[in-house]
Design a protein around this ligand. Structure first.
Ligand code: GLP
Length: 248
């Protein structure tokens, strides 16, 4: 077993423990590390904690690298992942965006150019990721090969259903069906990985990802072959994991 589990009792503790692991990780790199960061509900307590810490003592510098993005939304759309990242973390921490899919968010823009910029960006130092209800990471849906790199993808029905729960059609328009994502091969290059998981609804997929068969049907299962992985999860998310693994 190559991963360490950090259990949290509630959202506040989850945010603090994730921030502890993150700060220790970025301080361990000699020059400012390149860091992949996720969107979704899961990381919000972590981002709140990082913003609080930054106000109190400052944070070491890091370069932000976007994990994934919807295609087809206009640049100012509030559901665009880059806009959520700016609001929740990048603006409060005053982090200059280094590598983002912004120009790919609008239909007709040069998606190929964006893909090649990412492909040549080299190795990320730290990948912070979440997990989708079907085991996706970024937008690497079930069936994605571990060799896949950054690319445009079609979202699965389950992801469209899950992610559209807080989507108001009148306010936000049609839900996107396509996205751009770093591939599992890009994530595998990270020197260190932090997986963030909250909520009992993720318990089954988390257990399958970390202890089930390794392969494309559960994209997050690539983590079992990855070195230097820390899983920060609440007790709901850990409820189907063996206590031997959680409290070893
Ligand atoms: C989205 C994103 C992922 C994210 C996942 C979990 O589809 N593409 O990067 O990790 O869903 O989201 P949540 O934390 O809201 O459950």
């Amino acid at each position: 077993m190559k991963y360490t589990v950090v259990p949290a009792l509630n959202d506040e503790e989850f945010g603090q423990k994730a921030a502890d692991v993150f700060i220790k990780a970025i301080e361990g790199f000699q020059s400012p590390p390149s860091v992949i960061l996720p969107t979704g509900d899961t990381p919000l307590p972590f981002y709140d904690s990082l913003v609080d810490r930054a106000k109190a003592s400052g944070l070491s510098e890091f370069y932000y690298c976007q994990l994934d993005e919807y295609l087809g939304l206009h640049a100012g759309h509030e559901k665009l992942f880059i806009n959520q990242m700016k609001k929740n973390l990048l603006d409060p921490l005053n982090i200059r965006v280094r590598l983002a899919f912004e120009s790919a968010a609008n239909p007709g823009h040069m998606i190929d150019n964006v893909i090649s910029r990412f492909s040549y960006a080299g190795h990320p130092d730290l990948a912070v990721i979440g997990i989708g209800g079907n085991g996706h990471v970024g937008f690497n849906e079930p069936g994605s090969a571990f060799e896949d790199g950054v690319r445009v993808v079609t979202l699965s029905e389950q992801t469209i259903y899950d992610n559209s729960q807080n989507w108001d059609l009148a306010q936000h328009g049609e839900f996107p069906t396509r996205a751009i994502t770093l591939g599992i091969s890009d994530l595998k290059k990270a020197r260190q990985t932090i997986l963030l998981v909250r909520g009992e609804k993720k318990a089954n997929i988390l257990a399958r990802a970390l202890t089930g068969p390794i392969g494309p049907s559960v994209p997050a299962s690539y983590l079992q072959e990855q070195q230097n992985v820390t899983v920060v999860a609440d007790m709901g998310a850990l409820s189907q994991m063996s206590p031997d693994i959680v409290f070893k």
